[in-house]
Design a protein around this ligand. Structure first.
Ligand SMILES: *[C@@H]1O[C@H](CO)[C@@H](O)[C@H](O)[C@H]1NC(C)=O
Ligand SMILES: *[C@@H]1O[C@H](CO)[C@@H](O)[C@H](O)[C@H]1NC(C)=O
Ligand SMILES: *[C@@H]1O[C@H](CO)[C@@H](O)[C@H](O)[C@H]1NC(C)=O
Ligand SMILES: *[C@@H]1O[C@H](CO)[C@@H](O)[C@H](O)[C@H]1NC(C)=O
Ligand SMILES: *[C@@H]1O[C@H](CO)[C@@H](O)[C@H](O)[C@H]1NC(C)=O
Ligand SMILES: *[C@@H]1O[C@H](CO)[C@@H](O)[C@H](O)[C@H]1NC(C)=O
Length: 337
């Protein structure tokens, strides 16, 4: 049962625009994969719904699949990016699918992983290189305080200085920095109970939570004719339904996705060999910075509209969205690994 008591109003204004030169606007197309052969998160349907509901607002279009047969060169090349939302299992893609995934990123296609995607393809050194991190363990679902290491990255620009809400805090089996990741978000280790876990001795410090990997480190070597490997991004957040309805989290997810898609290695940039076959650069605009430092639970701070940056005249289509969210969350749901 959800409680919608203790609710807070959050007015969150977003600049969702596409940079337009002359001619048609290109909306980047992203394939969302939620296949699971490992633990299956019951927030997956919520994630699909929320991504779909926010697609227009952020100028991104989504296709959704759980079919590992989608992982072939011909199909993947339609997309500017792939988004794994809690896809799980060491065998969630077969070898042919993994090879197609690898060629896609080597060709300049972008990738983003969310939460339990750190438990996908755990045997694959290719996938570790692309995603940057492999899951180790998590303590129980509880409040934790996330801290940004970069105030200006699109994935963190809308986050409060200290972001406290209930989450499954993931520990990783490896250090994403060894895969050339830049960490944008971390967690205060003193802000939650580690339940006796080993503290992720291999993950590096401070505790990585969200990061990005630039070309070419996301997938080497490049495929012949590719301008660069795709950008990749991962966030460990996104366990619970309530989180997917939190405007702060939505800003984090779409900001990470916007940054990833802006890697300029796809056909839309006139240089790539994968992605939508359209001439214009996609430019989803991230959300604005908050004017408060701390949140407690899913209530979001008020923010003002962000001015899109970048070249060309911008078509800004700001939307004001007010959400009333319950602060009460349900107890522990374990990613049973
Ligand atoms: C999360 O939402 C899904 C439906 O989208 C529902 O089936 C599931 O029970 C919810 N989980 C919890 C813990 O409420
Ligand atoms: C994506 O979904 C749209 C419908 O929303 C469909 O028309 C289109 O063919 C799909 N694209 C691919 C590559 O499957
Ligand atoms: C992954 O590695 C483990 C340990 O070597 C092995 O038992 C398992 O069969 C491998 N899984 C796949 C899908 O290759
Ligand atoms: C998180 O903190 C809030 C506010 O103190 C509290 O109401 C809530 O029960 C906590 N959630 C969890 C899962 O501990
Ligand atoms: C981390 O949390 C602890 C306990 O709440 C607090 O004393 C400390 O100042 C926090 N550290 C940072 C860097 O926010
Ligand atoms: C947020 O924190 C910064 C630096 O810690 C401080 O200068 C600023 O006044 C704070 N803003 C609010 C709204 O509390």
């Amino acid at each position: 049962m959800l409680s919608f008591g203790a609710a807070a109003l959050s007015a969150f204004v977003l600049g969702a625009g596409l940079v337009q030169a002359d001619g048609p606007v290109h909306t980047p197309r992203v394939l969302v994969f939620t296949g699971t052969t490992g633990f299956r998160h019951d927030s997956i349907p919520t994630a699909i719904e929320v991504l779909g509901q926010n697609a227009d607002r952020f100028g991104i279009s989504f296709n959704f699949t759980e079919d590992k047969g989608a992982f072939n060169d011909n199909y993947l090349k339609n997309f500017d990016g792939l988004l794994f939302v809690s896809a799980s299992g060491e065998d969630v893609l077969d070898q042919d699918g993994q090879d197609a995934f690898h060629r896609y990123v080597q060709s300049g296609g972008h990738y983003m992983g969310v939460h339990c995607a750190a438990t996908a393809l755990t045997n694959s050194t290719m996938f570790r290189q692309t995603q940057g991190g492999i899951f180790n363990y998590h303590p129980s679902f509880q409040n934790a305080t996330f801290l940004k290491l970069d105030d200006n990255h699109p994935s963190t620009v809308n986050l409060p200085k200290e972001w406290r809400y209930p989450e499954e805090v993931y520990f990783f089996a490896n250090n994403p920095r060894n895969e050339k990741a830049i960490v944008y978000l971390t967690v205060n280790e003193s802000s939650f109970n580690n339940d006796g876990g080993d503290g992720g001795p291999n993950q590096g410090s401070p505790h990585p939570i969200a990061w990005g990997i630039e070309s070419p480190y996301s997938a080497v070597p490049l495929l012949a004719g590719a301008p660069g490997a795709g950008r990749t991004f991962y966030t460990g957040l996104g366990h619970a339904n309530e989180t997917w309805h939190d405007e702060v989290f939505i800003g984090h997810i779409f900001g990470g996705l916007a940054w990833t898609l802006d890697g300029a290695t796809t056909k839309a940039y006139g240089v790539g060999i994968v992605g939508s076959d359209l001439p214009l650069k996609p430019k989803p605009v991230p959300v604005a910075a908050p004017d408060v430092n701390v949140t407690n639970g899913p209530a979001a701070p008020s923010v003002s509209n962000a001015q899109p940056s970048g070249s060309g005249a911008s078509l800004s289509a700001p939307l004001a969205s007010a959400l009333v969210l319950g602060a009460a969350l349900i107890g522990a749901i374990a990613c049973a690994l």
